[in-house]
Design a protein around this ligand. Structure first.
Ligand SMILES: [Zn+2]
Length: 272
């Protein structure tokens, strides 16, 4: 199964549904990015990001300059090149294709796995790119140490809020404002009923495809399947914190906090 995107000037990109699914509606800029030897994964992601309005405006208004991390350990060239590319895409009066070669140099420095011209996974590229951009404009220059604390006496909502504020103490940027959400994982012991909850930040969600006997499978069907209660038994039995022994448990994911822009990855090999 493949998803095809058609760009202005007749270019188009095809990528497998298990690599990447972009959930927002897209309005393309007037220019297009020249294909660098079959590097559709990079082109499709750059097109998506340059059309993500909040991130686009952040670059067009040069707001990223205010946030560039002046910590000497940080390399800020990736954000600069990304902003330059976005500005060229939206402001250039020429109808020529834009080459992202300078940007490519910087992403290769940040993530050497993208050196060369091999085809890569678009979702993986997006993760590296967002991570690199975030590091360049992280408002936190000195990350506080992680302290292990017990929040079991608090309600789940209070715990979620505290975990989120602790995350922001270390990772806080425009990229986080837009793309990071919070996932709650609950594990309930079938023996004693003890429920342990963990809250983790997420940059994207990998969804299995829901199986239906008839009709189309919607995105909501896949999200419902992702958040459905699952029984862990047999070899999968986790250790219950209260019983101090391995017990049959039910596991459930809940989206505690949605990001402004939700990135979904559809796992086409996993149909349930
Ligand atoms: Zn138990």
């Amino acid at each position: 199964m493949a998803l095809e995107l058609y760009f202005p000037q007749g270019n188009h990109c095809t990528f497998q549904l298990d690599s990447f699914y972009w959930a927002s509606s897209l309005v393309f800029s007037n220019l297009y990015i020249v294909l660098l030897s079959f590097q559709c994964f990079m082109n499709s992601i750059l097109q998506c990001l340059s059309n993500t309005h909040d991130l686009r405006d952040y670059c067009l208004h040069n707001s990223h300059r205010r946030d560039l991390n002046n910590n000497s350990r940080a390399n800020t060239a990736l954000m600069e090149e990304f902003a330059k590319l976005t500005q060229t895409l939206w402001r250039s009066t020429s109808s020529d294709a834009v080459s992202p070669s300078e940007f490519k140099t910087q992403i290769q420095k940040y993530a050497p796995r993208f050196v060369g011209y091999n085809q890569q996974d678009a979702q993986e590229f997006l993760r590296f790119l967002l991570d690199g951009l975030h590091n360049d404009v992280n408002r936190v220059t000195v990350r506080p140490r992680i302290q292990v604390q017990d929040f079991d006496h608090l309600s789940d909502d209070e715990k979620g809020k505290i975990m989120w504020s602790k995350y922001l103490e270390r990772e806080d940027s425009k990229v986080v404002d837009l793309f990071v959400g919070q996932l709650k994982s609950s594990l309930t012991c079938s023996d004693c009923g003890y429920c342990s909850t963990v809250f983790d930040p997420f940059w994207d969600l990998s969804l299995p495809i829901a199986k239906k006997s008839s009709g189309e499978v919607s995105l909501m069907d896949c999200i419902r399947l992702f958040t459905k209660e699952d029984v862990l038994d047999g070899d999968e039995k986790p250790t219950c914190y209260r019983c101090k022994s391995r017990r049959k448990c039910t596991k459930k994911f809940t989206i505690q906090k949605f990001p402004k822009i939700l990135v979904l990855r559809i796992l086409s090999q996993q149909v349930y």
